[in-house]
Design a protein around this ligand. Structure first.
Ligand code: PLP
Length: 453
């Protein structure tokens, strides 16, 4: 017997990212409350949210300052738009603050409501920019296999995951291309060092650009750490080598910081951690700790000036959303950035990272854990059938899904990405809670191992 909420949900709700064919056969998990790093379901079960929701609630689920900021903003100005030179105090301050914390000097900030919209906007700005500077052939955007950039038609085209393409008739040809995924454990050759692997991938990228014609390639987009593609931490030297190729052919670098932005990797941006100098940077999630939907696109002065001049020729920059610069979302984001500073969230993340990575890496001693990948307070383990050959389990064994289910039963929410299990806890987690998170994950592995043997 499901609860009345669960019944209504099954009857009426078309879910995101769910096997819809199983609707009604799988009991919906009805979350009713948040409390620090925990969420509580309608049955009163309390879970450590080891994924911060969808890599986003970095300040946990009940931060009083954010609730106060939202309430005040809602009472003062619940909505206004940012078309035709209109603005509001929160969005103007937020834009200024983002330019101050940007990993490289940036020119201006555009706002949207989701990571997908931010990436969609970035792609459109890339095209608009190249038309503006008289390079109308430069239209192709190169992304990586296994990348995740969202689900709008353009963002999903840039992504490199089959589930976002299959039967959606994506990617939109011929504008989007994909290059190699920088996962050393999976795609490195026998005996190939990380550095040599990175060199090879940069060479492949260069060959691809030459084969396409460099004057047709507009931009390269990358997450500093690939999230949904399996928490892939790039190999040593990767971004330096890739960016050298991009610079050679005058190709813009877009950093998708939707997950890595705002402390996740131990610096304000993953671009700093991995030495990326983006021309365009997109961010969302941690920007508001997910308390309100808001995303941003930062563009360099060079890109901005060309776009601005072109909009002058057209009479307007014909892009923007009803909710771009929403005053409540912007006020919450502004408060989030203050909390990150006041509570030394970046330093906390750096201090706790060794404990987190130590516990995560120790899981490699377990029978079916082939690799542990981590930086800052994000990480993953990959389950494999055979640790020597690195052979994966057959998909129908559902090793990852089962582990996530056992973890849930042990009071820990993790995310299975195939047989990779991701962890991305709220940045407010403390040392004891990290230990507790890994005890629960170990108990889930204790339950899974006999089943997989
Ligand atoms: N980019 C990255 C790296 C993401 O992880 C995500 C979402 O998980 C997105 C973009 C899309 O963001 P949204 O779901 O807010 O559209």
């Amino acid at each position: 017997m499901y609860s009345s909420i669960a019944n209504k949900d099954v009857a009426a709700h078309l879910h995101s990212y769910t096997n819809l064919a199983q609707s009604g056969q799988v009991e919906p998990l009805v979350i009713v409350q948040g409390d620090g790093i925990h969420v509580i379901d309608e049955k009163g079960r309390r879970f450590i949210e080891g994924m911060s929701g969808l890599w986003c609630a970095s300040l946990g689920f009940s931060h009083p300052r954010l609730i106060a900021a939202a309430t005040k903003a809602m009472q003062t100005l619940p909505y206004y738009h940012t078309f035709y030179h209109r603005t509001n105090s929160a969005v103007a301050q937020l834009a200024e603050r983002l330019l101050e914390v940007a990993p490289v000097p940036m020119g201006k900030v555009f706002f949207a409501s989701s990571g997908s919209e931010a990436n969609d906007s970035a792609a459109k700005m890339v095209w608009y920019y190249h038309n503006a500077i008289g390079k109308p052939l430069k239209k192709k955007i190169i992304a990586r296999r296994n990348a995740y950039h969202g689900v709008t038609a353009v963002a999903a085209s840039m992504g490199g995951l089959a589930s976002n393409h299959n039967d959606f008739d994506l990617p939109i040809a011929p504008r989007f291309l994909h290059t190699d995924c920088p996962h050393h454990y999976r795609y490195g050759l026998a005996g190939e060092s990380e550095e040599a692997f990175a060199t090879r991938l940069a060479q492949v990228l260069e060959e691809q650009i030459l084969a396409e014609g460099p004057d047709t390639v507009a931009a390269f987009i990358a997450e500093p750490v690939m999230g949904a593609g399996g928490v892939i931490v790039p190999p040593a030297g990767y971004f330096e080598k890739v960016q050298a190729v991009l610079r050679k052919y005058d190709i813009l670098m877009i950093a998708d910081e939707v997950i890595c932005g705002f402390g996740r990797t131990g610096n304000m941006f993953g671009s700093t951690t991995f030495n990326i100098q983006p021309d365009i940077l997109t961010c969302a999630k941690g920007l508001s700790s997910a308390y309100m939907p808001i995303s941003a696109v930062m563009v360099s002065a060079k890109v901005y000036e060309a776009i601005a001049a072109n909009s002058g020729r057209h009479g307007t920059f014909g892009h923007g959303y009803t909710y771009s610069g929403h005053p409540v979302a912007a006020a919450v984001a502004l408060e989030v950035l203050k909390v990150y500073e006041d509570d030394n969230i970046l330093a906390r993340c750096r201090d706790l990272a060794p404990r987190f990575s130590g516990a995560l890496r120790s899981l490699v001693e377990r029978r079916f854990v082939g690799e542990a990948r981590t930086v800052g307070l994000v990480g993953a383990i990959e389950l494999v059938q055979d640790k020597v050959s690195r052979a994966s389990f057959a998909p129908d064994r559902k090793a990852g899904v089962k582990l996530a289910q056992y973890a849930l039963e042990e009071g820990l929410i993790v995310r299975p990405l195939g047989d990779t299990i991701a962890l991305c806890p709220p940045l407010i987690i403390d040392a004891g809670q990290i230990d507790e998170m890994f005890s629960r994950l170990n108990r889930a592995l204790d339950r899974l191992e006999p089943e997989l043997s």
